[in-house]
Design a binder for this molecule. Structure first.
Ligand SMILES: Cc1cc2nc3c(=O)[nH]c(=O)nc-3n(C[C@H](O)[C@H](O)[C@H](O)COP(=O)(O)OP(=O)(O)OC[C@H]3O[C@@H](n4cnc5c(N)ncnc54)[C@H](O)[C@@H]3O)c2cc1C
Length: 417
């Protein structure tokens, strides 16, 4: 076990000019064989490894990552956490995740900076207003703490918002989840990595999977750029690259990969203390602890594997937010980036066994999977350990696309695709 982070360890290490901090995780070479291997050290892969070790006592496992851990979408998102989705299966998994976030810093002994500052989803057309009312009813039946708020309440919660009733898209109200908010994305990845490593999980970075070995209908190992690894359980958790990896095992995925972009402004004094999503004009914004405005928009309108920002997305998103928050019109933007998101047709994830024995897949989180990391890792670990879907994961099986049993979340996903 690793020494605990605390005020005392901070004070002790300060006495020695912080030279004695232990590495947060090891950098081991791959062993010849593991009981299970997780492909992809994003938040979902690392959380899966952590709960496999913690909840199911599976510690002879590895996470293999082609780059650096948390360097995919997990380290590139705008960190919004909420659970107010429309369909019951979605509410179950996102609310499990949100509730795990509440105590995650204590559980991991790592400050993930979960900040339940509230998420406001603006209604700027009658259609949007009705759609959110429907979601509000569904969420109330499910027992979620969410409510519709009036334009006056919106203005009280976010004084910088444009409340001009004659503007192009006036605010008609908003859907509000007070216990939604944000977390620190890198810290979530680092916290899970440190926790998994301390229980003996090998996290192997710079190790790309280039082949999956099968014997008949079951997996028996992996080819990686750091050699072959034998295993009888593989969990693929590689977001936008899931189709290419599953293809190595002969499994075709109903996934499209697209770039989703985000940007931050120069830091300014606190101006907004909740998350605002303006889905009609199409932009969302919160403020980081450093003071930067964290801004996101929609996905690129075509499939691609880019991880870079682009001028059309910048222009579209900033125009939408200047309309919503006129005071930001003279702010300079600092940097912009993209991540390769994995989109399903119904905008819901896939957490599933596959037709190949021992091969499991967790993907399709698209533009909204940061908020789901703890819940997804929890149920996927259970699915892998017991070789059957966890009850919360069951509706998200691959078979739903054959059976036409879709879980339509295109409205609640709240980002244009
Ligand atoms: C700009 C942007 C904004 C977003 N905003 C939000 C938000 O506000 N709220 C929210 O909930 N979600 C948001 N998301 C979505 C969220 O970031 C993702 O759904 C989530 O991070 C996916 O995590 P993951 O672990 O599945 O994937 P990733 O973090 O992408 O991890 C997958 C890993 O697999 C690795 N990999 C790929 N191929 C291989 C291989 N062959 N061998 C080994 N490893 C491999 C990759 O290098 C990567 O590290 C946003 C995404 C983006 C891009």
């Amino acid at each position: 076990m690793k020494p605990r982070y605390s005020i005392f360890s901070l004070a002790r290490n300060a006495m020695n000019y912080h030279k004695d901090w232990e590495r947060a995780w090891r950098s081991p070479n791959p062993k010849k064989e593991y009981d299970a291997v997780i492909v992809g050290a994003g938040g979902h892969g690392l959380a899966t490894a952590y709960y496999l070790a913690k909840n199911h006592k599976m510690t002879n496992i590895a996470v293999v990552e082609k780059g650096w851990l948390g360097g995919g979408n997990t380290g590139r998102n705008t960190t919004i956490i909420r659970s107010n989705y429309l369909q019951d299966p979605s509410i179950a998994i996102y609310e499990l995740a949100r509730s795990l976030y509440e105590d995650l810093s204590q559980d991991l002994n790592y400050n993930v900076m979960f900040s339940p500052r509230g998420v406001l989803m603006l209604c700027q057309t009658q259609h949007e207003f009705r759609a959110f009312q429907r979601t509000a009813h569904a969420n109330r039946l499910a027992g979620l703490d969410c409510r519709m708020v009036t334009p006056q309440e919106v203005k009280e919660i976010v004084p910088i918002i444009n409340d001009d009733p004659n503007c192009r898209y006036p605010i008609l109200g908003a859907y509000y989840q007070p216990r939604g908010g944000t977390g620190r994305h890198d810290a979530v990845a680092w916290g899970y990595a440190r926790g998994a490593d301390s229980m003996g999980v090998d996290i192997i970075q710079n190790c790309e999977v280039i082949g999956i070995q099968r014997e008949g209908d079951r997996v028996v190992g992996l080819e990686t750029t750091r050699g072959a690894i034998k295993t009888r359980k593989i969990g693929v958790v590689t977001a936008g690259h899931v189709s290419t990896i599953m293809d190595m095992a002969g499994v075709r995925m109903p996934i499209e990969s697209q770039c989703l972009q985000a940007l931050v402004s120069e830091p300014i004094k606190p101006v907004i203390d909740c998350v605002v999503m303006a889905n009609t004009v199409h932009g969302y914004m919160s403020q980081s602890d450093k003071g930067e405005l964290v801004i996101g928009g929609g996905t690129d309108p075509y499939n691609n594997y880019s991880q870079r920002g682009s001028f059309p997305a910048l222009e579209h998103t900033v125009a939408a937010l200047v309309e919503t928050f006129p005071i930001i019109s003279r702010l300079r933007m600092l940097r912009m980036w993209g991540g390769i998101v994995d989109m399903t047709g119904d905008r819901s994830p896939i957490i599933s066994k596959t037709p190949v024995e021992g091969l499991y897949v967790n993907c399709g989180w698209g533009t909204g999977g940061f908020k789901a990391i703890p819940g997804s890792g929890w149920v996927f670990a259970d699915t892998i350990a017991n070789d059957r879907p966890h009850p919360i994961a069951e509706p998200f099986g691959l078979n739903r696309f054959q059976e036409g049993r879709l879980i339509d979340e295109s409205v609640a996903a709240a980002v244009a695709h």
